[in-house]
Write a protein that binds this ligand. Structure first.
Ligand SMILES: NC(=O)c1ccc[n+]([C@@H]2O[C@H](COP(=O)([O-])OP(=O)(O)OC[C@H]3O[C@@H](n4cnc5c(N)ncnc54)[C@H](OP(=O)(O)O)[C@@H]3O)[C@@H](O)[C@H]2O)c1
Length: 320
């Protein structure tokens, strides 16, 4: 069968479409015929060799997919660490979810990583349940126009959050505002920490969803109000997060880590998250934002869209 293969570690140009062996089912797994695969920043890091736990190449790329389950012919979406960008996958039954009838396969492939991650970011920020008399919480979402970012905006809108989001482009910010983002900050035109200070009249935000790393982790701490939380879940700059713990004392602030690879093995957490996400989906409140669909053969171009900050929402590879 056909698959996107990482033959050796390197930049995105190493990717190739090749014939690989059919998947062999292990206990707890089932066969899915893949229609589409969602591209994540983690796929780029995997190809480059910077993703923890990556097996030695050659390996099949891809961590989420949508397709037809062989056992009942139903459309499902699923999550795995690698191996998703192939015509058929052996998927863990616990990490397969039904796709709403009105969604396309591309939309299904854009769901698992973005929405579980965004949901857990609000969970870590302590914002899933807000007392009726509490003030409106404020959240700064970095890369707000990306895959996780657009999912975080849809969920934030449901939670009644005042959202501030960063992006490199006015055009992307205008599109996220249509999804419900209230305050767009173009970091190429202004300093986002200054913008947060101005927009919140010096108060700061209750949480920052931080996926840049390097100096941005500390800068995000500076955007917090009293007892605020920075949720660290990535390092798109390639730099490890830098935190001066002394800066946390002053405001009683904290920094939390979030890694879906780890949380996906916690059955109770995933079940609870799915209960809430699927309820919102059934009410028509969540719908993945698919910005780009490319054929499997153009996997390198698809990865490059994220790397070069040219994507809006999710980039999806189409298999059938
Ligand atoms: N911990 C977890 O479990 C977890 C799960 C999912 C994703 N993540 C992390 O969340 C982040 C977003 O992932 P995603 O797949 O949804 O990607 P994405 O946000 O759709 O794409 C990446 C976006 O990040 C922005 N960006 C800012 N600085 C960048 C830089 N130095 N290089 C490249 N892009 C930069 C760009 O948007 P602008 O041009 O608008 O700035 C770019 O479009 C990544 O850091 C990823 O590793 C973590």
């Amino acid at each position: 069968m056909k698959a996107v293969v990482i033959p050796r570690l390197g930049d995105v140009d190493v990717l190739e479409v090749a014939q690989v062996d059919e998947p062999v089912l292990a206990p707890g797994q089932e066969l899915v015929r893949v229609e589409a695969g969602g591209i994540n920043f983690a796929d780029i890091m995997t190809a480059q060799g910077g993703y923890p736990g990556t097996p030695k190449p050659p390996l099949v790329a891809g961590r989420e997919f949508c397709g037809i389950r062989a056992s009942d012919g139903k459309r499902v979406m699923g999550y795995m660490q690698w191996g998703a960008f192939a015509e058929r996958v052996a998927a863990s039954t616990a990490l397969l979810w039904p796709v709403p009838r009105e969604w396309s396969a591309e939309e299904g492939a854009a769901f698992p990583v973005n929405y579980f991650t965004a949901y857990f970011a609000y969970w870590k920020a302590g914002l899933l349940e807000k007392p009726a008399d509490a003030p409106t919480p404020r959240v700064l979402i970095h890369a707000v126009a990306g895959g996780v970012g657009t999912a975080a905006v849809q969920i934030g809108k449901l939670l009644g959050v005042e959202m501030y989001g960063t992006s490199s482009s006015e055009e992307k910010l205008a599109r996220v505002k249509a999804l419900g983002l209230q305050h767009g900050i173009n970091y190429r035109q202004c300093d986002y920490a200054e913008a947060i200070k101005d927009l919140t009249h010096g108060k700061g935000v209750d949480a920052v969803f931080e996926m840049l790393g390097g100096e941005h982790t500390m800068k995000s701490v500076r955007c917090l109000s009293d007892f605020g939380r920075v949720i660290v879940y990535g390092a798109a700059t390639g730099q490890p997060a830098l935190v001066d713990a002394r800066m946390l004392y002053a405001k009683g602030a904290s920094v939390h880590g979030l890694w879906l690879s780890y949380l996906s093995a916690k059955r109770d957490l995933m079940t609870k998250a799915w209960e809430q996400l699927s309820a919102w989906m059934a009410q028509g409140h969540l719908r993945p934002v698919v910005g780009h669909v490319l054929p499997l053969e153009r996997a390198a171009d698809a990865y490059r869209l994220l790397l070069e900050r040219k994507n809006f929402g999710k980039v999806v590879l189409k298999l059938t």
